[in-house]
Each structure stands twice: as structure tokens, then as C-alpha cells.
Design a protein around this ligand. Structure first.
Ligand SMILES: C[S@@+](CC[C@H](N)C(=O)[O-])C[C@H]1O[C@@H](n2cnc3c(N)ncnc32)[C@H](O)[C@@H]1O
Length: 449
């Protein structure tokens, strides 16, 4: 096989990164924008030792699951890789990705059910983070997602996966920033002002918190003027903040945020609880789908335990702890991000909850020092999963059930393999679709220790 070779292949399945998988001469070929059941002509674009990459150059028989993407920008923007596949089949493909990970990485003999669908497949995304740049000659601001595998911004005017108001706010910022003397960021030369526009939108109240991430360590008149213009223009905007990020880094926000107008948080309702979301706080981007997960975990605890003591680790704003608090005797939560734990205390007070203990600490260190035992331990780590030490400690602290919530099937499978080797039993794994039209999938695993 050579680069630029053309061949006809059948797409067998979807890889865990959303590429179509075909096979030829013992080679695995990852094909861009391909759907299982496609029979296509492909052109090899890259050759590696054991696999190749390819692009579709023509169709022989398109998969019956292909649909017209509802977004005209789908082909150029990197955000919705799978939007050309019908939603029901997207769910089946994600189920197969989880099944594969559990069989191959986790060595688990367990049947994965179909994911619980997202309640909405449009306008479901409530956290928007657009990088900003400006054109060289006319100095027009550009804001949108990056083209796949590049840092070239697709200047997005309309994005159907987010609430319409966000398009309007971003359009206003694009037009108004230059009139306030605020320029777009030049990533190459680490120059210019506005690096990102971040919007936190509440699915339940419609409020918006706008965060202007600036290439500066302090406020100035121009930034304040822009913030005030945004705040005055939109009734739906309840606060405008500046986030100061002068470092040469790919990290979007620093920990340094200043509220310029209105309030620094918005309110979101999940089940019967009110959450506050700030500029830097972790909160699920699809609150309606997240609500399904919180309900599932709460019902599991209520159905299986009488007045249990629960540990909520990697807690963010203690979302699980607060949601399950009324079916628990006590919840102990642990989270390392201080702005999240500060907010968690305010959220507990806002909901008149007094049985959630909130700890600002590294989970591993907290586990190692902890003497109490817990009926249920909830683990909701970042994509990289848990450390072996944290898993050992979670088992030591747990009397009965670990509920492991994960946004990465591969690290979940790895951690489940480790827990199984230690003698734990995986009772069930339920996927939930939070990130429609992408290969991402959230899972809740119930493990008996
Ligand atoms: C996937 S989020 C889950 C947050 C929360 N459970 C929720 O659903 O909103 C993971 C959280 O773990 C926190 N985190 C990451 N590493 C940690 C560590 N070593 N110790 C404690 N918390 C950590 C992050 O700050 C983040 O809030």
C-alpha cells in the first residue's frame, strides 16, 4: 500500500475517535467522515507501520444511516463530527465503542445497553468557548470552533447545537469589540486582546454569563467598556466577567476572574435543586442529559440503601452530593478546585442542605487520610480516570458499592479491569449521551466491592 493509492472498501465500524474503520491487506484503515455500512472509494493519505489514514474519494453504496447534516458548517467545523449519521444509529455506534472498550481493555464479559439519548439533539450545549482572532488587513474579529486538526478558526454565525441567544451575543461581541478598542488575539505572536468568548447559559432560566478571556493580567477602560456594552444590550445576560490569561498557553482560562457587570454566577435547575455556575466552575455542558444521570444515581442509592453515608469524589460543585442528599444520611464530597468548593458551599446553603460536607483537597490525599467508611463511593474523575492508589483507597473506604461516572470509555475500562482483579464485581454499565454528534459518551458503572 502507498500514499495516494485508491481502493474500494467497506466501512465495518466506528473507531473510538469517530473514524470509519476498514481493512485491506491486513491493514486497518481509519477513514475520515465515513459511516459503517458505507462502501466507498478511498484515497490513502498517511501510512503508518500498522495502520493507514484515508479520505473518501467516491461512493459506491452509501450507508443507509447517512443523513443530511442539519448544520451547513458541519463539513468545515470540527465540533459535530458525526452529524451526518442518523441519531439513533449514532447511539448504537457509541454503544459498540463502549462494548469494545469493556471487552478489549477491561476484559469484561458484560452486555452494554443502548445509551440513554440526550433529551435534545439541537440547542443542547450550554457552555460555549469560542477562540477569537482577527483578520490581518481589515482587522475584523473572527470567533468560532477550530477546523479539525488545525488552529484555523471557522467564523461561526449560527450554531444549531447551542441556544440561539449565544449566536446573537457572539455576533455582538465581534462587531462591538473593535469599536471599544479591543482587538482579536494573534496566537502566533501572542499579541492582541481577546482570546476567547465563553458563555455559560442556563437551560432552565435562560440566563447567560459572558466571560471575555483577555491576554492581559489586568482590566483597562476598553475591556470595561466592552463588558458594559454587552451587559446593556442583552436582558438575557445576567453578568459579564473578564478572565485574565496573559500566558502563552492552550489552557483557555486562568483562575483570575473579575466580574465587571451584573452577577458572577447564573442559576441552573437540576432535579429539584438550584445550582450556581461561575466562569471557572465545572458543570456538565448538557444539563438536561446530566439530569438523567443524576436521577439514575439518586434512584440507585434510594432503591438500594436506607439512609446511607456517601462519598462524592471529584465532586465539582458537589453536583452528585447535592442531588442525592435527600436520600442520604450524610454526603462527604471532595474536590481540588477551590472556586468549585466555595461555590458548592453557597449552593448547599441556597438549597437549605446541611448534610453535605464539602472538602477542598486532592481526592487521593483525602482518601488516604480518611477513617470513615461509606456505603457508596461516587467517583467522577476527569478523562484520564483514577490513579491506582485512588482506586485502592476507594475500595478500602467503601462498604458496598462504587458508582463510577466516566466521560472516557477507555480509562473506565482500564480502571474496571483493575477493580475486578482486586475482587470487585461490575454489576452494570449504562451509557448516557451528553455530547450528541461526537464520539464522546458518558458512562455510569455500578461496582460491588
Ligand atoms: C468530570 S468533573 C466532575 C464534576 C462533578 N462530579 C459534576 O458532575 O459536575 C471532574 C472534577 O474532578 C476535579 N478533579 C480533578 N482531579 C482531582 C483530584 N486529584 N482531586 C480532586 N478533584 C479533582 C476537577 O476539578 C473536576 O471538578
Amino acid at each position: 500500500m502507498q500514499i495516494n493509492d485508491e481502493l474500494v472498501v467497506s466501512i465495518e465500524k466506528l473507531s473510538n475517535l469517530g473514524f470509519g474503520i476498514a481493512k485491506s491487506e491486513g491493514f486497518v484503515i481509519f477513514v475520515e467522515n465515513a459511516c459503517p455500512q458505507d462502501v466507498v472509494k478511498i484515497k490513502i493519505t498517511k501510512l503508518n507501520k500498522n495502520y493507514a489514514n484515508a479520505k473518501i474519494s467516491g461512493f459506491i453504496t452509501p450507508s443507509p444511516h447517512r443523513v443530511e447534516p442539519f448544520c451547513p458548517m458541519q463539513k468545515v467545523c470540527g465540533a459535530c463530527q458525526l452529524q451526518f449519521i442518523d441519531y439513533d444509529y449514532q447511539l448504537e455506534l457509541k454503544r459498540e465503542i463502549v462494548q469494545d472498550a469493556m471487552n478489549k481493555i477491561g476484559h469484561l464479559d458484560i452486555e452494554i445497553p443502548k445509551p440513554v439519548p440526550s433529551p435534545q439533539i439541537k440547542a443542547f450545549r450550554h457552555k460555549i468557548q469560542y477562540p477569537v482572532a482577527q483578520t490581518k488587513v481589515s482587522k475584523r474579529l473572527l470567533a468560532g470552533y477550530y477546523k479539525p486538526q488545525t488552529h484555523d478558526i471557522v467564523n461561526i454565525k449560527y450554531c444549531p447545537i447551542q441556544p440561539e441567544i449565544c449566536d446573537k451575543i457572539i455576533e455582538f461581541v465581534r462587531a462591538t469589540a473593535p469599536t471599544c478598542g479591543v482587538s482579536g488575539y494573534d496566537e502566533k505572536h501572542h499579541a492582541g486582546d481577546l482570546r476567547h468568548i465563553v458563555i455559560r447559559n442556563s437551560a432552565s432560566t435562560g440566563e447567560n454569563l459572558v466571560v471575555l478571556v483577555v491576554n492581559s493580567n489586568q482590566n483597562n477602560e476598553n475591556f470595561s467598556k466592552l463588558a458594559k456594552c454587552i451587559f446593556d444590550k442583552f436582558d438575557e445576560v445576567s453578568g459579564v466577567c473578564l478572565n485574565f490569561n496573559p500566558k502563552k498557553t492552550n489552557v483557555i482560562m486562568s483562575n483570575d476572574t473579575l466580574c465587571i457587570c451584573g452577577t458572577p454566577t447564573i442559576n441552573e435547575k437540576i432535579l429539584d435543586k438550584t445550582f450556581m455556575i461561575g466562569a471557572n466552575t465545572f458543570f456538565q455542558v448538557n444539563p438536561k442529559s446530566a439530569e438523567n444521570i443524576f436521577r439514575y444515581v439518586k434512584e440507585y442509592i434510594a432503591d438500594n440503601f436506607e439512609s446511607p453515608v456517601v462519598l462524592d469524589a471529584y465532586a465539582g460543585v458537589s453536583s452528585f452530593g447535592i442531588c442525592v442528599s435527600d436520600v442520604c444520611k450524610t454526603v462527604v464530597s471532595v474536590e481540588e478546585n477551590k472556586s468549585s468548593t466555595d461555590l458548592a458551599r453557597k449552593i448547599a446553603a441556597l438549597n437549605s442542605i446541611s448534610n453535605v460536607e464539602i472538602n477542598n483537597m486532592d481526592a487521593g490525599k483525602f482518601f488516604a487520610a480518611e477513617k470513615r467508611k461509606f456505603d457508596t463511593v461516587i467517583l467522577d474523575p476527569p478523562r484520564k480516570g483514577c490513579t491506582v492508589q485512588s482506586l485502592d483507597e476507594a475500595v478500602r473506604l467503601c462498604k458496598d458499592t462504587i458508582i463510577y461516572v466516566s466521560c472516557n470509555p477507555a480509562t473506565l475500562a482500564r480502571d474496571l479491569k483493575y477493580l475486578t482483579e482486586k475482587g470487585c464485581r461490575v454489576e452494570s454499565i449504562q451509557p448516557f449521551d451528553m455530547f450528541c454528534h461526537t464520539f464522546h459518551i458518558e458512562n455510569v458503572a455500578v461496582i460491588k466491592v
